[in-house]
Write a protein that binds this ligand. Structure first.
Ligand code: CO
Length: 213
């Protein structure tokens, strides 16, 4: 059997199980979505958002990219963010990194991998902002671990710097932004930063909105 057929068979079994538990599951699920959470995670196959958070279809709006980055010129991420904040009206945004992240490891090296370097270059900037702390860590794995944590904190801040989030803060006092790290060796999530509406000093990154905006 070709490996992909396993997925199709597993899907049949999954759909059957869902119906056995709740005959109207798909009927209700297909009507609408009202997720409370936006998840921005790494594309890594070992960090499945729904599975590690025990959530069901309809509960989390998900965006994943290499190393869970929030890059201000990424229209894909920005479109997901605007839709989640303006239309779905999510209450929480979770940026979730993970230890052992290949993107972070590569960014810490001098390897040239082609196009991906342009994406990972943003992580080299996070390294530069925190180089005085990171350069005191002699062990390479520990340095990667710390950069994973610092990167999540930085990406959470990037969310707070967007006009979508700031406008929603001023009008509806949501969303709260969270920076978490998933530990693949234990299966546990760790909480590193929580930014409540307007709780952070953003200085020149804070926009002033007119009444009609
Ligand atoms: Co990763």
């Amino acid at each position: 059997m070709e490996s992909y057929n396993k997925l199709l068979l597993a899907n049949k079994a999954w759909a059957k199980d869902k119906l056995n538990l709740r005959p109207d599951f798909f009927e209700i699920n297909s009507k609408d979505q009202t997720p409370e959470f936006l998840w921005i995670g790494c594309s890594d196959s070992r960090v499945p958002a729904e599975e590690i958070t025990g959530t069901e279809p309809g509960e989390i709006f998900v965006h994943r990219n290499i190393a869970n980055m929030v890059i201000h010129t990424d229209f894909n991420m920005l479109s997901v963010l605007q839709y989640a904040v303006d239309i779905l009206k999510v209450k929480h945004i979770i940026v979730c990194g993970h230890y052992g992240c290949g993107g972070i490891k590569t960014a810490l090296s001098r390897k040239h991998l082609g196009l991906i370097n342009k994406w990972l270059r943003h992580i080299k900037d996070v390294y530069r902002f925190h180089s005085s702390e990171l350069e005191t860590i002699a062990d390479e794995d520990k340095r990667v671990q710390r950069l994973v944590e610092l990167n999540v904190i930085e990406q959470a801040r990037h969310l707070a710097e967007t006009s979508f989030v700031q406008k929603s803060w001023s009008k509806e006092n949501r969303p709260t932004i969270h920076g978490w790290v998933y530990d693949m060796k234990t299966g546990n999530l760790k909480d590193f930063v929580k930014i409540e509406p307007s709780s952070i000093n953003l200085d020149i990154y804070r926009y002033e909105f007119g009444d009609d905006e």
